[in-house]
Design a protein around this ligand. Structure first.
Ligand code: 5CA
Ligand code: ZN
Length: 412
């Protein structure tokens, strides 16, 4: 698929400490250790509705990972999928008497515009499930041939399932117990109660064609893929058997990332699939997680239509730590706009306190599991000193502009 427009990222002199990030599998904040090229896979949208601020917060967090790695001199190979065929998309299309293809294309186009407005660095490859259908079916076929997958004994619907016992590691990523995994599987698109499976938690790999549903021809027979194998195939074929980071919101910890990692590991024999499994907290509104199914959404595109400065949206979302579940409020946006105005006033002056220390602080806070609240507070402190006319460094305002743009994606 076409991605969105590239973003100019100013280079800033010097360098910061290595990036440490929280990893769900080990439950710890650990150093990331990419090679010259950092390999990052972040799960993309299911395009049945517009991008809301929860999605935006998640993609902004991984945009900061991208920026910090680049700042450390890495080339970042970033891949993102689009789940442009799955049950939620078909259900919404049926509800609204829409064509699922048109719905997916429309919402994906809107997502691109939103990401562009928020100055999110685009992935190098932005891949739809439909365009990757051949490679997904091929991976399912190979898992079957290896004995890591099986068909359920159901004459009408001989669907293919993954045997979650084959890697010997199932459960290591989420660290959830069996009961929690079963409950989450039931809630999040799995079918632990389906008869004929070897294990209740075995996820679907290939759903044989049903009347009235879209399907694709393949060596497996006509059908469409399960959700987790889509991400396993797209990531493996572009990034290889071992990636540095697999990212998404905390609702993807289980079953999605557990299962996609297990698929990849069963196929390649390489464990763990990702050096870090990093998850963002959920953005809520009115006390509930912002979600398409609940309908309590604030859309990025609506804010854009109201001429809200996308930089203020960025600052508002980065004002909280990426791992904290937090609420979106109008007040949060108002405070971000005020903050931005103060920073802009400060960089408009022709002299300021030296900014080298600020840049080091920003780098150090971001390297510490993306501590954006502390990084923004450091900018506040510098701006306060500047507005009190405490400095004489004529180059500082330019450096601060570049650092905010390069490291935080905020344009003053
Ligand atoms: N297509 C799949 C991933 S392969 C999917 O989960 N799509 S999604 O559209 O439902 O979500 C896209 C990303 O936004 C996921 O990483 C998800 O965890 C994240 N997300 C969804 N709702 C919220 C929220 N309220 N707050 C923060 N992140 C969210
Ligand atoms: Zn995914």
């Amino acid at each position: 698929m076409q991605t969105w427009a590239p973003v100019d990222v100013p280079r800033i002199a010097g360098s910061g400490p290595p990036l440490r990030l929280h990893d769900t599998a080990t439950g710890r904040v650990r150093p990331t250790a990419p090679g010259r090229t950092a390999l990052m896979y972040v799960c993309g949208i299911t395009p049945y509705d517009a991008t809301h601020l929860g999605h935006a917060a998640t993609y902004l967090a991984f945009d900061l990972v991208n920026r910090v790695w680049r700042d450390l001199g890495h080339d970042v190979h970033y891949v993102q999928n689009v789940t442009d065929i799955d049950d939620p998309l078909l259900e919404r299309a049926t509800r609204d008497q829409d064509d699922w293809v048109v719905l997916g294309m429309r919402e994906t186009a809107l997502f691109r515009e939103d990401m562009e407005a928020l100055r999110v660095i685009p992935p190098r490859q932005f891949v739809g499930a439909v365009e990757a259908m051949g490679e997904i079916a091929e991976l399912v076929g190979k898992l079957l041939a290896q004995g890591a997958a099986y068909r359920v004994d159901d004459a009408e619907c001989p669907d293919v399932y993954f045997d979650s016992g084959v890697t010997g590691h199932f459960g290591y990523e989420s660290n959830y117990d069996e009961a929690t995994m079963t409950e989450l599987s039931r809630e999040r698109g799995g079918d632990p109660d389906r008869p004929g499976k070897r294990r209740a938690l075995d996820p679907l790999l290939w759903r044989t064609a049903r009347p009235g549903e879209p399907s694709w021809e393949s060596d497996l027979g006509p059908g469409r893929p399960g959700w987790h194998v889509e991400c396993a195939a797209i990531a493996l074929n572009r990034l290889g058997p071992r990636i540095d980071l697999n990212g998404g919101g905390s609702d993807l910890i289980f079953p999605h990332h557990e299962c996609s990692a297990a698929h990849a590991e069963a196929f390649t024999g390489v464990h763990p699939f990702a050096g870090h499994y990093t998850h963002t907290g959920m953005i809520g509104l009115d006390g509930a997680k912002m979600s398409k199914s609940r309908g309590n959404l604030v859309f990025v595109s609506k804010l854009r239509a109201q001429d809200v400065d996308p930089n203020a949206v960025r600052v508002a979302l980065l004002a909280g730590h990426y791992r904290t579940d937090r609420a979106w409020t109008d007040d949060l946006l108002g405070r971000a706009a005020e903050r931005l105005a103060r920073w802009r006033e400060a960089v408009a002056l022709d002299a300021a306190p030296a900014a080298d220390d600020l840049v080091l602080r920003m780098r150090t806070h971001l390297a510490d599991d993306l501590d954006t609240p502390a990084a923004l507070a450091a900018v506040d402190a510098w701006a306060a000193g500047t507005l009190e006319r405490r400095g004489r460094d004529a180059s500082a305002p330019r450096l601060v502009r570049d650092a905010l743009d390069g490291l935080l994606g905020v344009v003053l």
